[in-house]
Design a protein around this ligand. Structure first.
Ligand code: GLU
Length: 300
């Protein structure tokens, strides 16, 4: 299996300074591995409600303008739903997925009854109401029985190549999370795990805002018998007021309208990654020193 990395944007808006950092970092990590390593692009359009029509193509054009060209044709999640279906069947057969009939209100009421007031990043920790059956409700979503697979082992530990040792107790900090939503779309967690495995991704390099999802993804990989890639989460680009720059808070699209514009944007992204100079060979060498991606160990 050749070393393989990927950039996996959600087409909810054009690339902004933050997403370009993740794109460049994952590209550098692959190029630092040598000629056989592969860099792939996956358009994560599974969440059809948040995605904008035509935006996947806009992003691909922006990447091309920055000369960040994938080694294989990009894949689109909306064309891969049969694989998510298969994974859900596998989890159901293993007793690790169950239907849930709870509305948000049901969840809030159950949490209040348990005396739980906290939420995590504004999300509710699912109280497990439907784990032992629907209690006469209609199924609305599919949930992953995180509590069942994690067992009594406590927190799940993993190592990030930049951030070091990490851990999360998924069962108590997140709860049984959603695999497929009530309104139909596949949840990011399931789609990303299935796709990373099918595309042979050995190294996930993405923004630090996603680090918090990693423990969930590792649990899902274990439940599905899939390998766990290495993870590296890149520094976040912050808005002037210090808040996280994101499509949601109106981050500006990068200017790739001219070769010069694209170069300016790439140089800024490289600076964010702590890299000096303006040439890619130099960035690759510095990346190797910083993150030791390893040799191109794929067999010929
Ligand atoms: N599609 C996700 C995003 O744009 C990234 C997923 C990932 O890299 O795992 O935020």
């Amino acid at each position: 299996m050749p070393p393989t990395g990927r950039f996996a944007p959600s087409p909810t808006g054009p690339l902004h300074a933050g997403s370009l950092v993740a794109a460049l970092a994952s590209w550098l990590d692959v190029r630092a591995r040598g000629p056989r390593a592969r860099w792939l692009v996956r358009i994560e359009d599974a969440d059809t409600e948040r995605c904008q029509p035509g935006m996947g193509d806009v992003i691909l054009a922006q990447l091309a303008a920055c000369d960040l060209l994938p080694d294989e044709p990009p894949v689109w999640q909306t064309q891969r739903t049969e694989f998510y279906d298969e994974a859900l069947v596998q989890l159901r057969q293993a007793g690790l997925a169950y239907p849930c009939g709870c509305s948000r209100k049901d969840i809030d009421e159950a949490l209040a009854r348990q005396g739980v007031v906290h939420t995590r990043h504004g999300e509710r920790v699912y109280p497990g109401t439907c784990r032992d059956g629907l209690h006469g409700k209609k199924p609305r979503a599919w949930r992953f029985a995180a509590t069942r697979i994690q067992g009594a082992g406590g927190a799940l530990a993993w190592t990030d190549r930049r951030l070091g040792a990490q851990q999360q107790d998924v069962a108590s900090e997140v709860g049984d999370f959603v695999l497929r939503r009530a309104d139909g779309p596949w949840a990011y967690q399931l789609a990303v795990v299935v796709d990373d495995a099918q595309q042979g991704i050995t190294d996930v390099v993405r923004g630090e805002d996603l680090a918090d999802n990693t423990a969930r993804q590792i649990l899902l990989q274990r439940a599905l018998g899939l390998p766990t890639p290495r993870y590296l989460h890149t520094p976040l680009v912050r808005a002037a007021d210090g808040s996280k720059l994101s499509k949601q808070n109106g981050a500006q699209a990068i200017d790739t309208g001219s070769p010069q514009g694209a170069r300016v944007e790439l140089n800024a992204a490289a600076r964010m990654l702590g890299l000096q100079g303006e040439d890619r060979a130099g960035w690759i060498a510095q990346w190797r020193d910083l993150y030791n991606p390893g040799p191109d160990d794929s067999s010929p």
